[in-house]
Design a protein around this ligand. Structure first.
Ligand code: HEC
Ligand code: HEC
Length: 331
């Protein structure tokens, strides 16, 4: 009797793990889940108003949203390098802000370890918002505009550095994208077209090791073989750890909404995805830090590139890009 069951079991197991795109990949646990906080909703609402308010910058010209626009997945598409206060040009491309509650480190080099601390960096950066927490808190408390919002969110109408940073991070934790075509396929609500399915297989084979489903990043720091930019001298993770092994390693970015968040890479060097695929095909620089998986390049025929591109398009999430709750707060 038992002999009959073993082959049936093997077939059942194999079909459950078959890579045909119909196998649901569960999402990992969030790193940040604030939703149990009693005033969570009020904190998110306050953080959203602050995110869109130029009051956070020294001369009230730049808001977080100046560099992180919703309809480009909260990236900054006009510029390779971000532009901040007094027309100053930064040294890195503003990344898309997607599913941040799952990140354990922030910034291209992982300089920030906690979501609550994230807003401090741009506020006090002389080339971004050029201000300081003390000045921002003074402007907020003086404006009168925020008393009711802080009272509802924290039981005190006076803002402090802590409550301001907390409310912004609560809002950031709601920038969640999980309604793409890819997600619908994984939820068995629809199926991939034959072309998307071919693209998905190529993706699983060549890209998924770093841009890992379902978040499309493994949050590791990796050197993907970009030629060194002689002007920027950006050594990535090395600046934080001073470990020579971390030289030229940058955080793997998510590929969700990728067609909206151009230009690409930490310095915005590539305008479009064809240039990115050309890099992986024949542009990779081989050095000690280059990831082993990339040392021989990712060679794709032009038909395969089209298929892969069709798959990447399924990662676009219009719901996220136009979700009213994430946009500019109307009164
Ligand atoms: C002048 C443009 C600019 C402004 C204004 C700005 N940012 Fe950014 N943001 C950037 C750049 C550039 C980076 C990447 C910096 C780096 O890696 O060193 C970044 C990184 C981030 C990250 C990390 C994302 C990740 O995947 O690691 C978050 C979160 C973020 N910004 C939120 C904010 C918030 C909140 C504000 C407002 C308080 C803000 N930003 C204001 C340009 C800007
Ligand atoms: C070995 C790990 C690894 C593999 C494999 C890999 N990537 Fe990347 N990818 C990275 C890293 C790291 C970056 C960021 C590098 C930087 O900016 O310095 C990146 C950046 C990108 C970007 C730019 C994203 C943005 O927001 O700027 C795209 C697009 C991209 N990869 C697509 C792909 C595709 C498509 C494949 C498969 C053909 C692939 N990658 C394979 C590690 C990898």
């Amino acid at each position: 009797m038992k002999r009959i069951w073993i082959p049936i079991l093997i077939v059942a197991l194999l079909s459950a793990f078959r890579d045909d795109g119909n196998f649901f990949r569960p999402w990992p646990e969030k790193v940040y889940d604030f939703s149990n906080e009693l005033q969570f909703k009020e904190r998110v609402a306050l953080g959203r108003v602050l995110f869109y308010d130029p009051i956070l910058s020294a001369d009230s010209t730049i808001s977080c949203a100046s560099c992180h626009l919703q309809y480009t997945a909260f990236a900054h598409v006009d510029h390779a390098l971000s532009h901040g206060i007094h027309d100053s040009v930064g040294t890195r491309n503003a990344p898309a802000l997607i599913n941040l509650a799952w990140h354990s480190h922030f910034m291209w080099d992982g300089a920030i370890h906690h979501l609550d601390m994230q807003a401090l960096a741009p506020i006090s950066h002389p080339g971004e918002m050029g201000s300081s927490i003390q000045d921002v808190i003074m402007r907020i408390n003086r404006s009168g505009k925020y008393t009711a919002l802080f009272l509802q969110a924290f039981g005190d109408e006076k803002a402090t550095g802590e409550t301001m940073l907390k409310s912004i991070s609560r809002f950031l934790s709601t920038l969640n994208s999980n309604q793409s075509r890819y997600d619908s396929v994984m939820r068995h609500e629809t199926v991939f077209s034959p072309q998307e399915k071919r693209g998905y297989s190529l993706f699983r084979k060549h890209c998924n090791a770093c841009h890992t489903e379902p978040l499309f990043t493994n949050y590791q720091f990796v050197d993907n073989g970009l030629p060194i930019d002689a002007k920027l001298h950006d050594y990535g993770r090395y600046a934080i750890t001073h470990n020579p092994d971390d030289s030229l390693r940058f955080k793997v970015p998510t590929l969700r909404n990728i067609t909206y968040s151009y230009p690409y890479m930490h310095d915005g060097r590539f305008e479009n995805l064809s240039e990115v695929l050309a890099h992986y095909d024949h542009g990779i620089v081989i050095r000690n830090s280059t990831h082993a998986k990339l040392k021989r390049g990712i060679k794709l025929t032009s038909a395969q590139r089209v298929d892969l591109m069709a798959f990447l398009l399924t990662l676009n999430d219009k719901h996220f890009l136009f979700q009213p709750e994430l946009g500019f707060p109307m009164k």
